[in-house]
Design a binder for this molecule. Structure first.
Ligand SMILES: O=P(O)(O)OC[C@H]1O[C@H](OP(=O)(O)OP(=O)(O)O)[C@H](O)[C@@H]1O
Ligand SMILES: Nc1ncnc2[nH]cnc12
Length: 238
């Protein structure tokens, strides 16, 4: 599935130019995608929010679930604009009320996302928002949390998709996506390995030259209803 009309939107290139790529942060070999520089530019920040709002305002979304920490920057303005409630999905032991949690795999050990019980109800139509998708493990955990309480995850929306993740990832995600970030048509990755996710770079599995900063934009990742976490969509629109 491909969003051709939106791929041509001139705002996407403007957003892209505001994303700062910081080499060797937080560790040597990592190309860190810094969205704080988008926030410094009111037009780029607004364009980012507007692109999402234009896509979701008529989709009857009742809850926007933002993933800690950077999903908290983009999720609330989207929620306000489309008239949905905002629910934070937080890292362990941050939420004061009763919570449910989902663990997900990192390179070493696990992490977990928690959600307040009662914040999302059966029948809610959910949009998951984060800044970036790398392996997709974080989004998987978020989708599982929401589906466990009976919500329908309509889509996941991220600003950045790291390249080279269109194939099977550590989370066994399959290819299926709607993207706006085909900024370099025909771009081919140099290897089938995963992109510059810091967790992989930490192990030396990834080469920096595999990273291509042009491959940044706004990406929407859709989930299939009623499916397992293997049904998230990650491929680029061709
Ligand atoms: O697709 P994945 O491989 O799961 O990685 C993507 C996640 O990694 C980053 O967050 P991070 O875990 O670094 O936490 P932070 O935002 O709190 O720094 C990013 O903001 C996503 O949430
Ligand atoms: N390269 C990267 N830049 C920013 N956040 C990330 N999360 C995982 N990999 C990342």
């Amino acid at each position: 599935m491909s969003g051709n009309k939106q791929e041509e939107d001139p705002r996407i290139n403007g957003i892209k130019t505001k994303i700062r790529v910081v080499p060797d942060f937080p560790k040597k070999g990592i190309m860190f995608q810094d969205i704080t520089t988008v926030l410094l530019d009111p037009k780029a920040f607004k364009d980012t929010i507007d692109l999402f709002v234009e896509r979701y305002r008529d989709k009857n979304i009742s809850v926007v679930a933002g993933i800690e920490a950077r999903g908290f920057l983009f999720g609330p303005p989207i929620a306000l604009a489309i008239g949905a409630k905002f629910v934070p999905l937080r890292k362990p032991k941050k939420l004061p009320g009763e919570t449910i949690f989902e663990e997900y795999e990192l390179e070493y050990g696990n992490d977990r996302l928690e959600m307040h019980v009662g914040a999302v109800e059966a029948g809610d139509r959910a949009l998951v928002v984060d800044d970036l998708i790398a392996t997709g493990g974080t989004l998987c955990a978020a989708i599982n949390l929401l589906e466990r309480v009976g919500a329908e995850v309509v889509e996941c929306a991220c600003v950045i998709e790291l390249p080279e993740l269109k194939n099977v990832t550590r989370s066994n995600l399959t290819s299926f996506s709607f993207t706006l970030n085909e900024l370099t048509p025909g771009f081919q990755t140099h290897s089938s390995r995963l992109g510059p996710d810091q967790r992989y770079l930490e192990t030396g599995e990834c080469l920096r030259e595999n990273f291509h900063p042009d491959n940044i934009g706004v990406v929407y990742t859709e989930s299939r209803h009623g499916g397992s976490k293997a049904n998230i969509l990650l491929a680029r629109g061709a």
